[in-house]
Ligand binder design. Structure first.
Ligand SMILES: [Zn+2]
Length: 714
């Protein structure tokens, strides 16, 4: 046993079977129903108050979330397909049961009475917020409706859940890819090509490139053949034909549900519950950004196009265009030309495990907290024979987290699941694995954060190396993890990142700007040859003639190159495209307009209109239906960023406002970090995001710092 502290809350055990996953979910449904029945049986509308009606519901919700968050995690992370399927079925069961609960008029009558009889000024603010949100949820589930209207609403709502889940499952289970010959893959790092599956039969001598993020990023950035990049790009956009018909169906169902509830559009309904309450106000901010960035956009496109023309002078020079599949490649080339540095040599300073450990120690210093890896020894000590079940896969590792400001104050756990595998979530994301809350009998439930990412695994002694963008993504997700770990709320539904949906990205985007400063970038870096004797040997084998090792930390000229490429107007405009498309499908001018909307063409046309770079419409004869990007979009289709994608754009504006105002001069200002932690992270969603942000800033946010940041790239 090492000298580690013993956490007051043991690590979770992950020992699911398909049966236990369903059983756990069913048990939470039964327990919730029992509490609801009990309240309805024992309380009359005249007597109904916070204590006898709201608090019992809140407590059972807290406990239910603690069970179900683990059950849901398996859907996209567990190595067993049977368990993934069971987890998805469990989610469907609990979702449907929740819809059923919030359709109960007997409970709605009580909650309505409590809301009418409760004096906000005399009630704990978080409890009052619970009451208001709880009340609103009945309306969201059509509780105000009666008879056939109510039946239709219920059936539409379940249908929407099921289609949406099918859409997302299709993406999770995506196994598509393309075979490429060695020459097709010219320009790609040899370590990457060697890690690819090779074919036999008609594919003998070819390499299998899948559609996951790590392959996607590398092909578009490194493949010197435009044909390869184009073929891959178009195939990537159109990889999910099964989802094509589901898109329109989802938007129509959402629109219809909003109308049934009395809202004009899905966006108006969703924003009724957010920081930004009007789609028109959001649209106007987004269009303002589009206008203000148009000169920068033209300049970036002209720079990249000039490089393309110089790089591969075509016979018809006049007609040479910059395409979407060129952007990452020429951006990388521009960086290399401007700084004479190969992108691959920058990645050598970002070895996966070292980056994670350095990011944690950086966050640790800033917020005066400590991350202690939970070794096998410690897991064994805490859980005996069951210690191997403290992780859901062998790749997973985790830390206990401690507050250094208070003696032995435990904060929770953070898990990392870094490598891709079949059936796993294919993006980079933070999962609220356990939310914190006040337990019924006293004491706290401590939170657990899980970071699910997809960096290629180290093979044959060669390290897993990250691009600066992948490092940024980890910085971002650990930012969500910190929001989870440093929040203290009464109720699980408000814990940490469970803020207004359009505020959730701000705290994590803020930390991306920490990375784009020379000191922090240097701090996170470490050339892989300095990580271990094995990796030192690997580097020497790959560089047999080199004298000595490269410097340990990222050299200044590389730091400059990385920060230069972080100012990415075209990348920001791509997000703007998603934001505007999201509003187009969720806030159409009329029902007829949505019914007649060509979703695919709308998506592609808005892409060109926003980013200004051509796609397949300029090469083939398919026009605006050159690919089906609308069917592989994830966030807008799930139930978290629908009519809310703008959170990534406005979140960036708000984050830069915070960064420039409070942290830019001194990124390791622990005094300011304390204030930030107390005022911005700790409350979670226990108050509105607008209140949190404006109280922390001491004023309303302004987009000026964001535009200044963009301009620095020119
Ligand atoms: Zn995020």
């Amino acid at each position: 046993m090492t000298a580690q502290r013993i956490p007051p809350q043991l690590p979770l055990l992950f020992q699911p079977s398909a049966e236990s996953v369903l059983r756990d979910a069913q048990r939470t449904i039964q327990e919730s129903t029992a509490v609801w029945d009990d309240v309805v049986k024992n309380v009359s509308p005249e007597q109904a108050n916070i204590e006898n009606t709201i608090i019992p519901i809140a407590h059972i919700e807290n406990e239910t979330m603690a069970v179900n968050d683990v059950v849901y995690l398996f859907a996209t992370t567990h190595p067993s397909e049977e368990i993934r399927v069971a987890s998805k079925a469990a989610k469907r069961l609990t979702d449907n049961a929740e819809v059923d609960r919030y359709l109960r008029n007997d409970m709605f009558t009580l909650v309505d009475a409590v809301l009418k009889n409760t004096d906000e000024a005399l009630t704990h603010p978080e409890t009052y917020r619970f009451l208001v949100k709880h009340h609103a949820k009945f309306a969201e589930n059509g509780c105000d409706l009666k008879g056939a209207a109510k039946d239709k609403f219920e059936s539409d709502k379940k249908k929407l859940k099921s289609i949406t889940q099918q859409y997302l499952t299709n993406l999770d289970d995506d196994q598509s890819g393309l075979w490429f010959s060695q020459s097709d893959l010219d320009g790609l790092p040899s370590s990457f090509v060697e890690s690819l599956k090779t074919g036999d039969g008609e594919n003998r001598g070819k390499y299998w490139v899948n559609m996951k993020k790590s392959h996607h990023e590398r092909i578009l950035k490194y493949a010197t053949s435009e044909q390869t990049r184009m073929q891959y790009f178009i195939a990537h956009q159109s990889r999910m034909p099964a989802n094509i018909p589901l898109c329109h169906e989802i938007f129509l169902l959402r629109h219809s549900l909003a109308r049934q509830m009395g809202w004009q559009s899905w966006a108006k309904f969703k924003m009724s519950n957010k920081m930004m309450t009007s789609p028109d106000a959001v649209r106007s901010t987004l269009l303002d950004f589009k206008n203000k960035s148009s000169e920068l956009k033209k300049k970036q496109i002209a720079d990249l196009l000039a490089l393309k023309k110089a790089d591969a002078p075509a016979s018809n020079d006049q007609d040479t265009k910059l395409f979407l599949w060129d952007v990452a490649f020429y951006k990388k080339l521009l960086q290399e030309k401007s700084y004479s540095i190969a992108a691959q040599s920058i990645s050598e300073y970002f070895e996966l495990r070292t980056v994670i450990s350095n990011i944690l120690s950086l966050y640790g210093r800033l917020f005066e907290i400590q991350f202690e890896i939970v070794t096998c020894d410690v897991a064994q000590y805490l859980h005996g024979d069951q210690s191997s079940a403290t992780r859901w896969h062998d790749d997973v590792f985790f830390y206990s987290v401690w507050d250094l400001r208070a003696e032995s104050s435990f904060l929770g756990y953070i898990y990392f699941d870094p490598h891709p595998r079949q059936g796993k979530y294919t993006h980079t994301g933070h999962f609220n694995l356990q939310k914190g809350f006040e337990r019924q009998g006293g004491g706290r439930k401590y939170p657990c954060a899980a970071l699910i990412t997809n960096q290629a695994k180290a093979v044959d002694g060669k390290p897993s190396l990250l691009s600066p963008n992948e490092v940024r993504a980890i910085f971002h997700e650990v930012g969500h993890g910190l929001h989870n770990l440093l929040s203290v709320t009464k109720f699980a539904r408000f814990h940490g990142p469970k803020v207004d949906r359009d505020f959730v990205e701000t705290p994590s985007i803020l930390f991306e700007f920490f990375l784009w400063t020379p000191d922090r970038l240097r701090e996170v870096s470490c050339h892989y040859s300095h990580v271990s004797t094995e990796l030192e040997a690997a580097w020497k084998t790959a560089n047999p003639t080199a004298q000595g090792l490269p410097p340990q930390k990222l050299p200044d000229e590389m730091i400059e190159a990385v920060i230069y490429s972080a100012h990415d107007t075209l990348g920001d405009l791509r997000n703007l495209h998603f934001g505007l498309y999201d509003l187009a499908v969720h806030d159409p001018p009329s029902t007829e307009a949505l019914e007649h909307m060509n979703i695919c063409a709308t998506y592609n046309q808005m892409w060109f209109d926003t980013v200004g770079v051509h796609g397949g419409e300029a090469v083939g004869d398919l026009g605006w239906e050159w690919a089906h990007g609308e069917s592989v979009v994830r966030l807008i289709m799930g139930d978290q960023y629908d009519a809310g994608y703008y959170a990534y754009i406005m979140g960036r504006m708000w984050a830069l406002d915070i960064f420039e105002t409070f942290f830019e001069k001194d990124t390791m200002n622990t005094q300011e970090a304390r204030r930030y932690r107390e005022m911005l992270l700790k409350p979670g969603g226990s108050q509105s995001g607008w209140k949190t942000l404006t109280e922390y800033l001491g004023r309303e946010p302004n987009p000026g710092p964001y535009y200044r940041w963009l301009k620095r790239s020119s």
